[in-house]
Design a protein around this ligand. Sequence first.
Ligand code: PEP
Ligand code: MN
Length: 263
Amino acid sequence: MNLYAKDNPGQRTLIPMGKRTVGKDFVIFAGPCAVENSQQLMEITSEIRPWVDGFRAGFFKPRTSPYSFAGSGSEGLAELSGLKLDLPMVVELMSVEQVKDWADAVDIIQIGARNMYNYPLLEAVAASGKPVLLKRHFSATIDELLMAAEYILSRGNKQFMLCERGIRAFEPRLRNCLDLGTLCLLRQLTHLPVLVDPSHAAGDASLVAPLALAAAAAGADGLLLEVHPNPMEALSDGPQALTPAQLGELAGRIKEMLELLRK
Ligand code: PEP
Ligand code: MN
């Protein structure tokens, strides 16, 4: 039997993360698409701290155009430990070398959608022993995603979660198509926690809250959300970024909704 599959219907992978446990508690990881500088990261994290269980931040960005801003890179990441953020930080690493150099500097290694098929990288994150967040490629089938997960599980790293972030469909008005059917099926097929990233699915901040609420209602274990203090001036993915105030409002609505659903 594949290691991603449940032994029994109630089996869940639990990942202790700060004060929360991914797979048991609903978690929100939020932060900037790309870190522009340490000062900005400090400001965003202190503003959103009351509503989140951890932060996300991109230091190495896989940009479609080589001319786009690609994050503050090694220099930015080197400053991260000095910032004393006190909450777990999810950071994308894009190569085997980056995993060797930076795994210890982050709390959760994110494998971005474009790298879901990068098997040497999956082996390297498995060997790092760090918790991993594996994003679904925008054209990956469910079985391809689960087999990518199997690469990590079969090499002994059981501390990881999946993330649905939208797939490429025929509709150009949406950046991607958030595949909540896959979320529901994954929750049946695997014990691994499944997060949802409505920011990259929507590509538009006005759609992020309804998609986030829908994902939470459909059984997501948590959310990955992009936030920027001034989305109009963001160097990466501004149109889909929530402001800290919008994030706070959304977090409150999600909490209320989940309490209602539990009754
Ligand atoms: C990200 O979360 O920063 C990102 C680049 O997303 P994706 O890999 O899903 O495109
Ligand atoms: Mn982004």
